[in-house]
Design a protein around this ligand. Structure first.
Ligand SMILES: NC(=O)c1ccc[n+]([C@@H]2O[C@H](COP(=O)([O-])OP(=O)(O)OC[C@H]3O[C@@H](n4cnc5c(N)ncnc54)[C@H](OP(=O)(O)O)[C@@H]3O)[C@@H](O)[C@H]2O)c1
Length: 237
């Protein structure tokens, strides 16, 4: 069965997602609200884009990638311990450097790469025990191919949380791969046009990336302080 993808995000009322810009009340623990809500899905891990991962921890840094020609190479299962959550990062060009295969929050890093990354980059990931799978650069198949390979490597994976940012979420929406939206809406306005929304597809606006995808409300809850929780199923005809 295909991996169920639940897009789990926290936003302002105007859908902006850069939490560092928010002036929240001191008693509002944003990570607790986000993580406690995520926990109920019993997912086996989460997915983020390269930009979000680069900000995730101090021991992750970004470099200019060195890309080569496309060569077919096998996927690599790193030093995964049973029961660990997966932290899947779409970093096709191989820009990110890590200092090990475990994040400070305990997840095992799994990178989704282009087959054009250099042998030297792959050797470093292997030394660190980081798992990786390759995917195509064809927008139509890139994400589904990656999910297929992740499940082939980790057959216990049935649900992953898609945790942003807006760019990777937009690509998943366009590919019709989001099964549910789980949204925490804070009573705040950002207001800046240049700040990312929770779904930001960067390709052609037409056909509409969300076309043919209806949302059916599954759950709603009012949290303390006027924060709203909304969960929708994405239905495709
Ligand atoms: N409020 C929340 O819940 C929440 C959650 C997560 C993140 N955030 C915030 O979101 C911001 C980052 O969001 P973002 O939209 O700029 O970046 P993003 O979605 O985190 O990352 C985008 C990058 O992912 C890589 N990528 C690889 N395959 C891709 C594909 N198929 N489609 C799209 N991207 C792909 C590309 O890297 P290359 O450019 O290297 O090709 C792309 O530029 C951060 O400020 C973060 O704090 C907020």
């Amino acid at each position: 069965m295909a991996i169920k993808i639940i897009c789990h995000m926290i936003t302002t009322l105007d859908s902006r997602i850069v939490t560092a810009r928010w002036d929240l009340p001191e008693d509002f623990d944003i990570s607790a609200v986000y993580e406690n809500t995520a926990a109920k899905f019993n997912a086996q891990g989460w997915i983020v884009g390269r930009t979000t991962m680069s900000e995730y921890a101090d021991n992750i840094s970004e470099h200019d990638p060195s890309l080569d020609k496309f060569v077919s190479r096998p996927d690599y299962k790193g030093a995964y311990r049973d029961g660990q959550q997966l932290a899947v990062v779409f970093d096709l060009k191989g820009k990110l450097a890590y200092d090990g295969c475990v994040l400070p929050t305990g997840e095992h890093v799994l990178a989704v790469l282009s087959p054009a990354v250099s042998d030297a980059y792959l050797a470093t990931l292997q030394e660190q025990g980081i798992s990786y799978v390759f995917t195509t650069d064809d927008e139509n198949t890139m994400l589904s191919e990656a999910l297929y390979r992740i499940q082939a490597m980790y057959p216990h994976v049935s649900t992953l949380l898609l945790e942003g940012g807006g760019t990777i979420n937009g690509s998943f929406l366009k590919a019709g791969l989001i099964n549910e939206i789980s949204l925490i809406v804070c009573p705040l306005l950002d207001g800046a046009a240049s700040v990312q929304n929770f779904v930001n597809y960067h390709g052609d606006p037409d056909p509409r990336p969300g076309m043919g995808q209806r949302l059916e409300l599954l759950e709603q809850e009012l949290f303390a302080g006027g924060t709203l929780y909304l969960r929708y199923q994405v239905c495709r005809d």
